[in-house]
Design a binder for this molecule. Structure first.
Ligand code: F0G
Length: 476
């Protein structure tokens, strides 16, 4: 049998950032101080930080060189022009307005397009996206295919929109109450799962069939945060695209939409930044009116000139086919080790992270005792690896005040771009596998502090019973 050929990083290391190894007693103390919430752990006490892929990328020498070319003029910075050019060339949208990060763009777009009583269908929710849609008076409606809610179901494009669910909603409420369909590429909460071009094409066709009374079809607004990763999956899995460059696929994906919000902190390979883009002149005008109130001038939107330059350069780097093959390959390298040891993870392995299925991993802990939160805390205590809860805590409460108990109860091990080597992935795999072997020792949690919005960021927890893994925890 021929061995599969391996691929190394398509870059080499020019600068290193030391990371600290901690002892188990130090980590136990830190976990307790942080209320068993990995968001509240000091990063200096983290060995391998897989909390998020957001703003944690390593920039290239080319991006750092661009930082020195920042034009820090209050108005009309040349870096803004470069960013506009990059968005126009790579995404294909006509108008672009920078924002401090993705949620800044979500805020503006939601306020501009959504009116109270509207419905916003989307291929699964994202925390900040839904929050802004609801603040603008909209009701989010999940129209992702059913497979997305089942961690064990294999499907090449688990992020696809269920067109029947969408059409049923359109028929029920009418196109005038649907300002846009919110399409995330890839779908973060489903496990970094992609949407196919065939699905986007059919979605466009469906939206075109239902004109609103202003004469325009229902809009499609992308959450384009991880669009290049989505394009990689299309190249790999969608018939006919194997020889198409990622750059062309990205362009085709975006051509089915009317605009996007973007968190540059992910695929654009920067530590801060984002933008909103649109093909509609009137929407752009409103963006320029609102951005001055909430972010800054339309030519900087809360960013320094140098930040915009780094993002413009990152946009061209994200569509490099070799980079993306390694990027997705590294996530898979970790995921396959876990699968090989029988650890339950979301399948297929997604674009930016490996998601542990905490429900199956800790099937002795009821969802009301936050198994994913418990697993993320246990992982940190075991090895200093920091992941993130994406389950009942993240889903929060519905309008009725009750917990949502989402089908997916996950721990996300998110891989920053160009930051860690595969040796780091080995360390992570060893720790997760060790925890899986001793899983009965991990107990459930209760929430002892709960903030009203986006509670996962700052909630605090205690063990339900001081035994098992939590036996160590001495109250401080
Ligand atoms: N949309 C998606 C799909 C995201 O994953 C995020 C951020 C945002 C929008 C908001 O962008 O952070 O720049 O304001 N996700 C981060 C994460 C926080 O860890 O998944 P932002």
């Amino acid at each position: 049998m021929r061995r599969e050929r391996r691929m190394a990083e398509p870059y080499k290391i020019k600068m290193v950032e030391p990371i600290k190894m901690t002892s188990r007693p130090e980590r136990e103390a830190e976990a307790w101080t942080a209320g068993l919430n990995t968001f509240l752990i000091d990063s200096e006490k983290v060995y391998i930080d897989l909390l998020t892929d957001s703003g944690t990328s390593a920039m290239s020498d080319n991006q750092w060189a661009g930082m020195m070319l920042g034009d820090e003029a209050y108005a009309g910075s040349r870096n803004w022009r470069n960013l506009w050019d990059a968005v126009e060339e790579v995404y294909g949208f006509k108008y672009m307005c920078p924002t401090h990060q993705g949620r800044g763009a979500e805020h503006l777009i939601s306020q501009i397009l959504i009116k109270p009583g509207d419905y916003v269908p989307g291929n699964m929710y994202f925390t900040t996206t839904r929050e802004h849609q609801e603040r603008a008076g909209g009701t989010f409606v999940d129209v992702v295919i059913d497979e997305a809610h089942d961690p064990r179901k294999e499907h090449p494009f688990k992020g696809n929109v269920d067109l029947d669910k969408l059409e049923a909603l359109i028929k029920k409420v009418g196109p005038d109450r649907i300002p846009y369909v919110s399409v995330a590429v890839t779908v973060n909460m489903a496990g970094g799962q992609p949407v196919s071009l065939a699905n986007l094409r059919a979605l466009r066709e469906l939206c075109d069939r239902y004109p609103r009374s202003d004469g325009r079809p229902i809009r499609i607004m992308f959450d384009a945060t991880r669009l290049a990763e989505n394009a990689y999956f299309i190249k790999e899995r969608e018939p006919g695209y194997q020889d198409t460059p990622i750059r062309s696929i990205v362009r085709e994906m975006m051509s089915y939409g009317d605009g996007c919000t973007m968190s540059g902190k992910k695929d654009n390979l920067v530590n801060i930044g984002g933008f909103a883009a649109t093909n509609e002149r009137e929407v752009y005008e409103k963006l320029t009116q609102m951005v001055v109130v909430f972010e800054g001038m339309p030519t900087y939107g809360g960013l320094a000139g140098r930040d915009m330059e780094a993002m413009a350069r990152g946009i061209y780097e994200m569509v490099d086919d070799d980079y993306m093959a390694f990027r997705i390959g590294q996530v898979r390298y970790l995921g396959r080790q876990l699968m090989g040891a029988g650890v339950p993870i979301v399948r297929p392995i997604g674009g930016h992270a490996v998601f542990l299925d905490a429900r199956a991993f800790l099937d002795h802990i009821p969802q009301s005792e936050y198994p994913a939160q418990a697993l993320a805390a246990a992982l940190y205590v075991d090895s200093g690896v920091r992941g993130m809860e994406r389950g009942n805590v993240s889903a929060g409460r519905g309008k009725d005040g009750k917990e949502r108990f989402p089908k997916l109860e996950l721990v996300r091990l998110t891989i920053p771009r160009r930051v860690y080597t595969n040796s780091h992935m080995d360390v992570v795999a060893d720790s997760v596998i060790a925890l899986y072997e001793g899983r009965e020792g991990i107990g459930g949690l209760k929430m002892v502090y709960e903030p009203p919005q986006l509670r996962f960021f700052t909630a605090r927890f205690k063990p339900v019973k001081a035994e098992g893994l939590w036996g160590f925890v001495e109250e401080r």
